[in-house]
Write a protein that binds this ligand. Sequence first.
Ligand SMILES: [Mg+2]
Length: 249
Amino acid sequence: MVLKSVIFDVDGTLADTEKDGHLWAFNHVFQQWNLPFRWSISLYRDLLKIPGGQERLTYYQTQHPERVSLSAAQIAEIHQMKTSLFIQRVWAGAIPLRVGVRSLVSECYERHIPVAIATTTQYANVEALLLTHFGPQWRKIFPVVVAGDHVAKKKPHPCVYHQCLQQLGVAPDEAVALEDSAVGLTAAQQAGIPTVVTMNIWTYHQRFTGALGVLTGLGTHKDPAFGRGPRHWGRYCVTPKLLEEWLTQ
Ligand SMILES: [Mg+2]
């Protein structure tokens, strides 16, 4: 089976934008406002069930009225500050790519395998992240980017993947999607795309039934990831060649 495209999710897959970006920015603003709490990783993992940053803070307030009593306008202001801090952080290059991303992207580029982006985050965030890490030539490396602004429905709806395949001009089984969450896996699967899940601290407890592979990351030759492929558990470094082998199995 010839691999004709690799399609990346962004948040959690390309980079840990939650840990290094959103959570950091939330806590920073809480400190600036002298609020008597900070969000830990385990608490934030629970809060991620609530989609939207503003909604998340509102939910936290209803759960902990003794700790926080903010008006809707104050919550909106905090969220606004958090969002601009997040963007500044992306532009500053403070949100690193996940291990193995750069080498997989480079290998695909060398082998003329188009790398695409299918995400429901905003285009401006994707552009900032890719420009910071890949420089002005990022559009050549990622010829197809479908972002949240381009689709009517968010993941787990598969429309972001449908658009991506259409723009790439490839069939679903000629591509591999890379995702970090059950929601993302569902979106890719519903578009018929074989999917490798690279888990992270936010998603390791989720179920990834039907994934082509489930790994701790993409791995590198020096520091391979652990997990299962279509047949075996083992230590892997995800390369275009490995993905082709897995598609064939
Ligand atoms: Mg994700």
